[in-house]
Design a protein around this ligand. Structure first.
Ligand SMILES: [Zn+2]
Length: 163
């Protein structure tokens, strides 16, 4: 069965989250040292691609962007760097659109991602009254959530506006 792939994220960043802190890269470099990881050139490059995008990116789009400056970059090394950032909490994978979003260091662990299925924009909502309650309820049942964030798919205010 042929299914239509979800639309690519818009060229213009439409993340309505807080802006990326200018010292984010330096903070991450310091955290890597503290955690005993090497902040390799590829990890730094992939992180920079996500930071510059300011919006969710599919893995192959990250690879394409890296290859603009490093034409021979291997997919595995790019995807491994992406996995590293996910593992450290500096990126999140949004399953509904199969894309990755930069998470500034120091961001609250618990948040809700409102993902627009139409334009792939993401709004990040922080606050104890949002996703946190669901996560706590899950834990009460003995379920251990794999992440502290909640992802909700739908249509953003802009896409709901009549054209
Ligand atoms: Zn939208």
């Amino acid at each position: 069965m042929h299914s239509t792939p979800p639309p690519s994220p818009p060229a213009r960043p439409r993340v309505h989250a807080e802006t990326v802190a200018g010292d984010g890269l330096q903070t991450i470099r310091t955290l890597c040292e503290q955690r005993g990881f090497v902040f390799t050139a590829m990890r730094q490059r992939v992180l920079q691609v996500l930071v510059d995008a300011g919006s969710p990116m599919k893995a192959y789009a990250v690879l394409e962007e890296v290859r603009r400056t490093q034409p021979h970059a291997a997919p595995t090394s790019v995807y491994r760097a992406l996995d590293f950032l996910l593992g450290q909490g500096w990126a999140v994978r949004l399953n509904s659109i199969n894309a990755h979003l930069y998470v500034p260091p120091g961001s609250p662990a618990r948040c809700t991602y409102l993902v627009c299925e139409e334009c792939c924009s993401v709004q990040v909502v922080h606050g104890a009254e949002t996703g946190a309650n669901w996560i706590d309820q899950a834990r009460i049942t003995g379920f251990v959530p794999a992440s502290n964030s909640v992802e909700i798919s739908g249509r953003c205010a802009q896409c709901r506006m009549p054209t």
